[in-house]
Write a protein that binds this ligand. Structure first.
Ligand code: GLY
Length: 302
């Protein structure tokens, strides 16, 4: 965890706390906290998003609230700083749940969302086409190896997906996440983050869940919904999270991290990755940030 990342998480927590105390909805708190992280450039989201093999940033985000189970998401959206706001607009201004690609970018433009500075696209030149083909070949080789060993791992460049969960004064929970994907990805690749039930889930009868980690394993276990179902069955946030992270590790040899919050205010931050930068507002009303959460005995796999 860099000093800058810790400061950003603390800023996001402080902003979320301020809004909650002022009576804001859990949905607004989640959106605003994630906007702080997207804006920072210190995480793999918004300004700091990874580029796909053709040099283009294609981002994914989703948001959900637990009272009416309303959700919105965007996938492969380009050119904007705040995909989480685009996701909320899909939820609130349309009858859809998910918009993708150029159409999602045009939707964001329609609502005047802040654009990222323009980067010159050189993908059309012959040299770049050759570089892209070489990158695709390398990626396919890497994926063949992963499929043969069954070991789903992405290299981490120290910048991760961002997410937030919140419970507001009316008792509604919300969850959101925003990402630039993984570090080596084919153009058009979409991860778990925009898929409701995989990257996020929120239900006032269960709790709120937001995921980070390699989307390919999270999708195949529908992790967020599976944790939500365990919460609904009466298990605690920590036990629910551990149980599903263990399943991801045992069945897919995958690693992930999760924020879980139950409607009665219990929460857990758990990860089977080596680190996960995250924080909470403590009983003292101040933000506390760490990059390791489970004790070594509780840590699930490495
Ligand atoms: N969890 C982010 C991704 O795999 O895209």
């Amino acid at each position: 965890m860099t000093v800058a990342q810790a400061a950003c998480v603390e800023a996001a927590l402080a902003e979320g706390h301020r809004l909650l105390m002022a009576g804001a909805s859990a949905l607004s708190v989640v959106e605003e906290a994630i906007r702080v992280l997207e804006d920072s450039g210190h995480f793999n989201a918004g300004r700091g998003s990874n580029r796909q093999l053709d040099g283009v940033r294609r981002m994914d985000a989703s948001i959900m609230e637990g009272c009416e189970l309303k959700a919105g998401a965007v996938a492969s959206i380009e050119r904007i700083i705040h995909p989480i706001t685009a996701a909320r607009l899909v939820m609130e201004k349309t009858a859809h749940v998910l918009l993708v690609g150029q159409s999602a970018s045009r939707f964001a433009d329609y609502f005047g969302l802040e654009r990222a500075p323009r980067v010159k696209r050189t993908a059309g030149s012959q040299a770049n086409q050759l570089k892209l083909r070489a990158g695709v070949r390398r990626t396919l080789r890497l994926h063949r190896a992963m499929m043969q060993t069954g070991r789903l791992r992405a290299r981490s460049l120290g910048k991760e997906t961002v997410g937030a969960v919140a419970l507001d004064l009316s008792g509604t929970v919300a969850a959101g996440a925003s990402t630039g994907g993984v570090d080596v990805m084919l153009p058009g690749r979409v991860g778990d983050t925009p898929l409701i039930g995989c990257g996020v889930y929120a239900d006032n009868e269960a709790g709120a869940v937001s995921m980070t980690g390699l989307g390919e394993s999270i999708i195949r276990v529908a992790v967020a919904k599976e944790i939500s179902d365990l919460l609904a069955s009466g298990l605690s946030p920590a036990v629910s999270a551990n149980q599903v992270l263990r399943k991801v590790a045992e069945r897919l040899r995958g690693a992930a991290g999760v924020l879980v919050l139950s409607p009665d205010g219990r929460f857990a931050i758990r990860h089977s990755t080596p680190h996960m930068v995250a924080g909470v507002i403590g009983r003292d009303g101040r933000p506390h940030t760490q990059d390791r959460f489970a004790s070594p005995r509780e840590r699930l796999i490495q």
